[in-house]
Design a protein around this ligand. Structure first.
Ligand SMILES: NC(=O)c1ccc[n+]([C@@H]2O[C@H](COP(=O)([O-])OP(=O)(O)OC[C@H]3O[C@@H](n4cnc5c(N)ncnc54)[C@H](O)[C@@H]3O)[C@@H](O)[C@H]2O)c1
Length: 361
């Protein structure tokens, strides 16, 4: 490699893979060396766009000594196997959400990264936004007083065409669930990061409007470890889409986040802000992402490697939202019964009980 930048590889050149390529290209500390996809045309197209080499098997990519870090951008249920292989090849890992679709698979990748002394970072780009960080800092510094409620509402729209755009989408095996494991995980991660860990959930998951194997609408009641309560609402079946809203209330103040904007800042002794939400384009169009969060994740992993520190979203952090979502699925399966975290059941695969007919939930 001609530079002292961190050599990067990308596994999976579909929708989000191209975002990672652009994010690496925008980074001062990383250089895109090689991309990989099992569909040769996709790998070749990305290589042409990024002026790098391409291969069609992960083994070839992992054998490239110029590659020090990889982005995993394949269907969710493939992440762990690829991350373990990458860790064993000595590559640092930036893995798309969710880390994988079972807790066993996620634990395997966390263990492999630790055993091989490489960094494992999860992607949750909403954590990188200034508004999210400002809100979390205020909450953690006690500016809202005793936390009372932490609600998240992610009422999105995904079309039939979206679900038809990949065989793996909306399958238990490779998507790990529906609107909550794929899309709602963004809001679940954010609200847990703000509020703290979850003690128990009680939920209803339903498939209301889409002809898919998994849920398209979820309502969950949540109790956090600190005693605060909350409601998580997630859907991909409403028109028009309503964006993503997190409402955090304490006995001394309240903060509301609408997408990347703070629309309520009511904190004792500080100027009160109230505003209108901007448009959250990803709520209706999966391809309308803002690249800034991914650039920040690449920059953060580079610095974590260089300074030998944890990335902002280490594997153990990225695991939390998946565990909470598994608890939501289990509660719904049990007719809305309360499910305690940490989960103590045997995680026997995608959807917890894949043999069950979803409509019986
Ligand atoms: N952070 C975000 O906002 C965000 C947005 C979209 C997708 N994602 C996540 O990114 C991942 C991919 O989603 P997508 O929408 O890009 O999917 P996609 O179907 O568009 O792309 C996946 C690509 O992986 C390739 N692939 C499959 N098996 C492979 C293998 N064994 N080796 C190499 N390549 C292989 C496919 O050919 C395809 O090109 C998912 O986990 C998804 O949840 C995250």
């Amino acid at each position: 490699m001609a530079t002292d930048k961190i050599g990067w590889g990308i596994i999976g050149c579909g929708g989000i893979g191209s975002w990672h390529a652009r994010a690496v290209e925008a980074s001062e500390q990383a250089e895109l060396i090689e991309v990989c996809d099992v569909v040769p045309e996709r790998a070749q197209k990305q290589a042409e766009d990024s002026d790098c080499s391409y291969v069609t098997s992960i083994d070839e990519l992992l054998a490239n000594d110029d590659v020090q870090a990889v982005s995993i951008c394949t269907p969710s249920g493939m992440h762990s196997e690829q991350a373990v292989a990458a860790a064993e090849a000595g590559k640092h890992i930036l893995c798309e959400k969710p880390l994988d679709v079972t807790l066993d698979a996620i634990d395997a990748m966390i263990d492999a990264a630790a055993a091989n002394n490489v960094k494992l970072a999860g992607i949750f780009q909403r954590r990188t936004w200034d508004s999210s960080q400002k809100a979390r800092e205020a909450i953690r510094n006690g500016k809202l007083g005793k936390l009372v409620l932490g609600d998240s509402y992610q009422k999105w729209f995904r079309s039939h065409e979206y679900y038809a755009s990949g065989d793996w989408r909306a399958t238990w095996a490779l998507d790990g669930g529906g609107c909550m494991m794929n899309q709602g995980i963004h809001a679940v991660d954010l609200i847990i990061w703000m509020m703290g860990d979850v003690a128990r959930v009680s939920a209803y998951c339903r498939r209301l409007a889409r002809n898919i194997e998994v849920e398209d609408t979820v309502v969950a009641n949540v109790e956090y470890v600190n005693g605060a309560l909350g409601t998580w609402v997630t859907t991909t079946s409403v028109t028009p889409s309503q964006g993503t809203r997190c409402e955090i209330h304490g006995d001394k103040g309240s903060i509301t986040l609408d997408g990347s904007e703070i629309t309520q800042w009511a904190v004792e002794g500080e100027e009160v802000v109230s505003g209108e939400a901007g448009e959250d384009k990803t709520s209706s169009d999966a391809t309308a992402l803002d690249i800034a969060g991914h650039i920040e994740h690449v920059r953060d992993l580079c610095e974590a490697i260089i300074n030998n520190r944890d990335p902002v979203v280490p594997g153990t952090e990225a695991r939390k939202a998946v565990e909470a979502i598994k608890a939501v699925y289990l509660s719904s399966r049990l007719g809305g019964q309360s499910v305690e975290l940490p989960l103590s059941y045997e995680d026997d695969g995608p959807g917890i009980y894949p043999s069950q007919n979803w409509m019986e939930w």
